[in-house]
Design a protein around this ligand. Sequence first.
Ligand code: GLN
Length: 482
Amino acid sequence: MLTDLTLIELRDKLWAGDVTSVQATEAVLARIAAVDGRLLSFLTVTPEIALAQAQSADQRLAQGERTPLLGIPVALKAIICNKDVPTSAGSKILEGFRPPYDAFVTQQLKQAGAVILGMTNTDEFAMGSSTENSAYQTTRNPWNTALVPGGSSGGSAAAVAAGLTFGALGSDTGGSIRQPAALCNVVGLRPTYGRVSRWGVVAYASSLDQVGPLGRDVRSAAAVLSTIAGHDERDSTSLPHPVPNYEAALTGDIRGLRVGVPREYFVEGIQPDVEAAVRSAIQKLADLGAEIVEISLPHTHYALPIYYLIATAEASANLARYDGIRFGPRIQGTDVRDTTMKTRGLFGPEVKNRIMLGTFVLSAGYYDAYYGKALKARTLLGRDFQRAFEQVDVIATPTSPSTAFPIGERAADPIAMYLSDIYTVSLNLSAGCGISIPCGFDGAGLPIGLQLLANTLQEPTLLNAAFAYEQATEWGKQRCQL
Ligand code: GLN
């Protein structure tokens, strides 16, 4: 089936003239129509726009253009502005909001001739690990629809896993690309902070947010990264460094690569099947010629509290802009204050929790004890990683302590939900890039992810390590039955 192909396999067929972009787009649109009623991975599908883009891509292909994403159907997480298409961030406070401009990454995709299928579901303002915090719908895990797909980019991960799109963008503030990728058996890459412009992406926690690709294999993720990375003066944190050809970095040779295994990452709470799969993945890397080194990241224990202090503090500031005046719907009150209060009542419970937490930790008298301390601890955590990256090229860990969990199981217990992020948040708090790739299945047949981390701008090394592992195993080729 056309929809079973990876992005790269589809590209080969487009380039060979075996299939047209319109045919590929029609195939995924038909599959969305057939199965997304059960999965709920898309918030908005835009068939007319997609088919028009596919037609123009076919013209460019016919003229001999051969660029990486030309004619390839992809999807955007609904926090990435897509001009004139509803971009709600999974929130009622942005219901019906149609951005007047494209995000930088959307512009990049459009220029590259990619076909944009629509907007995928997300936890409200990307706050969550399961998509249950979406104000619209809970996306189902395509491996078992009673389970969550992970989050917050759960719509993107589920859509890629189920063959509803050949690639998707997500965002990762504390793991929201990598964790759903792990839970859905796809590849999810969180690039170095600043590698991809955040311009036009709804802000959650600005010092942690980063956009990145999800795909069915490493090469697909590399192709998307090559297209969306790059300097953008409209994002002051965007890095000026030239963008390498990430696909060209995939040699599959990792002989001599030093792989660190943090001793603090295999402790209580990890599901035994996950630990076993990750340990055997590390052994596989050794078989491929990597040198395995035990390392220590001593401040790991503090990562979650640091993250949830900093992320909520930044969120409380970022979300102050939703006042009923400038964006989205307005609930008219008796005066401006009343209007603002009533409109802000549209935020969902988790977002309200976080605004309150963030406002508290930033308030006079508590700032030093909470936010200030979290910033200092963040520096220490960052130093752990810098020391580790003097010893090793790549760090290998589980992506998530468990496989996909039942819808509802953790929804009422924020701490249990926050623990899903235990292995992912440290990367966002420090520097560097990370990827999750399929590395096995648990006793119930649910996917397990291997997380690899590398230092700032070391995406070529990171992707090549992931690629070498992927080439030597069959996990990522397993497809869910829907
Ligand atoms: N689950 C984490 C949170 O809720 C991470 C979210 C993300 O990366 N966007 O904050």
